[in-house]
Ligand binder design. Structure first.
Ligand code: ADP
Ligand code: MG
Length: 324
């Protein structure tokens, strides 16, 4: 990865933040009430504001990683969250604290957990629910891309739900690998997780917004089949599967999945980034609007909504399910 010659940090990081970083102990303001998740350099804990009783998620990010000062990376993550503040599909940054070891981001709490849990569970989500979640993910991604932000680590572990049952709305988290495009210089080689990483990243080719759309394809595949499309027995095999776009669309994997879902996923999981549709284009794919066709209502009470099912890429009008 490109390094800044002076600090040794990856270049292209945002460094301007609005949120004040308090050195007051975070435990004096919040009760920590258990672990929500953890990654390589972060632990996320559920916490309750002592004054208001409001629940948040506190992400403890280590400032030193592999013996290197990574405070700039954490500041960058904060700056990206701030840039996405008006995006309703992105988790909100509420406050920040700092200790000797960590910077702690106090985030809006997503009580429904990861959509990953719906990819591995015996009970799959209904396709109408899946299409709603994918629509919301695309809305979030579209707005990020409009602000020249790319997430670069979209995967089922980083898409959360506001409530579990019934599944609520999605919130995108984890902007640790996110980057601002066009901020001088080409963006190459920021490695995400092998299973979810797009071929252009493996090939050290320039990264664009299309990289996130690949990930939306992987997430969609996982939600409808319960399987990870490229996961091999080891990293090497996974990389090979990704770079060859070796995807199983067999009847077996897609036994209970609509043709339109397969078509949607096929348009995203293509090797050449330029050949993938944009988030906005994806949003008009008929799969995402086919709940009107599958409506369980009796035909008599089903009004003029039966449009678009047979029409390829018909522009969506409005979604009566999403009252936003
Ligand atoms: P990392 O960079 O270590 O992957 P994430 O930001 O992805 O950190 O957080 C790790 C996990 O913690 C997530 O996958 C999720 O399960 C949980 N988590 C993160 N943010 C929240 C939140 N705002 N509300 C609820 N759970 C969260
Ligand atoms: Mg994560």
């Amino acid at each position: 990865r490109r390094l800044d010659s002076r600090s040794g940090a990856p270049s292209g990081l945002l460094s301007v933040i609005q949120t004040a970083i308090s050195t007051e102990p975070v435990e004096s303001v919040y009760d920590m009430t258990g672990e929500l998740g953890r990654g390589k350099f972060a632990v996320v804990k559920r916490c309750v504001d002592k004054a208001t009783g409001k629940v948040f998620a506190a992400k403890f990010l280590r400032k030193r990683r592999r013996g290197r000062d990574c405070r700039a990376e954490v500041i960058h993550e904060m700056a990206v969250l701030e840039m996405a503040r008006s995006n309703p599909r992105v988790v909100n940054l509420h406050a920040a604290y700092e200790t000797d070891h960590d910077i702690i981001l106090v985030l809006e709490y997503a009580a429904g957990g990861e959509i990953f849990d719906h990819c591995v569970s015996d009970e799959m989500l209904a396709e109408v629910q899946i299409t709603r979640l994918i629509r919301q993910t695309l809305e979030g991604v579209h707005q990020l891309h409009q602000n020249n932000l790319v997430h670069l680590d979209l995967k089922p572990q980083n898409i959360l739900l506001t409530s579990l049952s019934p599944p609520g709305d999605i919130k995108i988290v984890d902007f640790g690998l996110a980057r601002r495009l066009g901020a001088g210089g080409e963006l190459r080689e920021i490695l995400g997780t092998p299973e979810y990483v797009a071929p252009e990243i493996l090939n050290y080719e320039p990264i664009t917004t299309a990289t996130d759309l690949w990930s939306v394809g992987v997430i969609s595949y996982m939600l409808v089949t319960g399987e990870s499309p490229f996961a091999g027995d080891d990293k090497q095999e996974t990389y090979l599967n990704v770079s060859q776009v070796n995807v199983d669309y067999s009847r077996e994997a897609f036994s209970r999945v609509s043709e339109l879902a397969v078509d949607f996923i096929r348009t995203l999981l293509v090797k050449t980034p330029e050949d993938r549709p944009s988030a906005a284009e994806c949003l008009s794919h008929p799969w995402l609007w086919q709940q009107f066709c599958l409506s369980p209502e009796p035909p008599s009470s089903r009004p003029v909504r039966e449009r678009s099912c047979g029409t390829k890429w018909a522009a969506p009008t409005e979604d009566p399910e999403d009252k936003e």
